[in-house]
Ligand binder design. Structure first.
Ligand code: AMP
Ligand code: MG
Length: 328
């Protein structure tokens, strides 16, 4: 299959409407979209990504009015969060409308819905005229693409179209909040952080260990995410990079002075937001350069730092687990 590159939302939307899957830009990361109401198209997403069938997809809509097409009802907490954060980097989990194929929700009776604010995503979703199911546009288990070039590197020849846009402004996936229980639960941290959610719905709580990245019944949490090929190690700062490893190592962080020996590649980020925005593309460059180990500086768990630390921890999990789940 030849992967067409286009900057035209209407050209990309025509391919989607004919049943094709299309990678498209959003403010969080690039998504891999298909018509959410067409089971066959949705199955093509799982094939292209090599994604386990039991990992649910998020449905993207151009505005809050479309949510009724995929949700059976909208709980009051979801409605409030949508009013405040749509369009934006927030996904709400609501009861699934019977018209949404099981493939989208991995058999769950709930569905995740998001309305991106990126203007190209908006134009694309409007031109599609249907809800668009879309996970991140990477091969399963890998870091999410934040540029069209990364999406191409992941999926060239496996999908019919990539809608080109600029670099994703946030660089980390959306915040996911399950609104189907008595109290809303944050299943995945993202750019909309806990304090902001609580300012709108005070009862929002964080997930207990086992619920993170999906409730116990959500399979999302079974799988490794965000892992590049090089080993990832979290450090407190430049001094923690071992001299013996520097020659084949890379480093990313807010502080980039005081190395005992300078690593092969160093990325200094001015703020946590730059760190989040640049993290996955840095991983990608390090893979290309054949870096052995990426040392990542920890950041305080405040604001966007919560989501960034979550992704760093997941990327740094032991390689053993990573290998086992890759082969899925
Ligand atoms: P991705 O789009 O690749 O970032 O992955 C979407 C993630 O959203 C899944 O892995 C789940 O963790 C979460 N998710 C999507 N739909 C649901 C749902 N109905 N219930 C719980 N979690 C969900
Ligand atoms: Mg993903």
């Amino acid at each position: 299959m030849i992967t067409k590159l286009t900057r035209s939302p209407s050209v990309a939307a025509a391919i989607l409407r004919e049943g094709g899957v299309v990678a498209f830009p959003t403010e969080t990361v690039y998504g891999l979209g298909a018509n959410a109401l067409d089971a066959r198209s949705v199955r093509a997403i799982f094939r292209a990504k090599g994604r386990p069938r039991d990992n649910p997809l998020i449905v993207h809509v151009p505005s809050a009015e479309f949510v009724g097409q995929v949700a059976q009802r909208i709980p009051a907490s979801a409605r409030k969060l949508m009013e405040h954060f749509f369009p934006g980097p927030l996904t709400v989990i609501v009861p699934r409308h019977p018209g949404v194929p099981q493939e989208v929700t991995a058999g769950l009776d709930t569905v995740g819905v998001r309305c991106p604010r990126h203007h190209v995503a908006q134009e694309f979703l409007q031109a599609c005229g249907c809800p668009v199911a879309a996970p991140s546009a990477n091969r399963s288990g890998r870091p999410s693409p934040t540029t069209w070039q990364m999406a191409l590197a992941e999926l060239d020849g496996r999908i019919p179209c990539i809608l080109k846009g600029g670099r994703a402004e946030i660089g980390l996936e959306s915040t996911v909040v399950d609104c189907t229980g008595s109290r809303p639960v944050v299943l995945r941290e993202g750019a909309v952080h806990l304090e902001q959610l609580r300012a709108v719905v005070p009862s929002v709580r964080t997930a207990a260990g086992g619920e993170r990245h999906g409730p116990a019944r959500s399979p999302g949490l079974k799988y490794r995410h965000y892992a590049p090929r090089p080993r990832v190690i979290l450090v407190d700062g430049p001094r923690d990079v071992p001299v013996s490893e520097a020659a084949r190592a890379a480093y990313i962080g807010i502080e980039a002075r005081g190395f005992r020996r300078r690593p092969l590649r160093v990325k200094r980020c001015r703020a946590v937001s730059d760190y989040a925005k640049g993290l996955f593309s840095f991983f990608h460059q390090c893979e290309r350069d054949g870096v052995g180990t990426i040392f990542c500086q920890r950041v305080p768990r405040e604001g966007l730092g919560q989501a960034l630390m979550d992704r760093l921890h997941r990327a740094a999990e032991p390689a053993r687990t990573r290998k086992a789940e890759r082969s899925f």
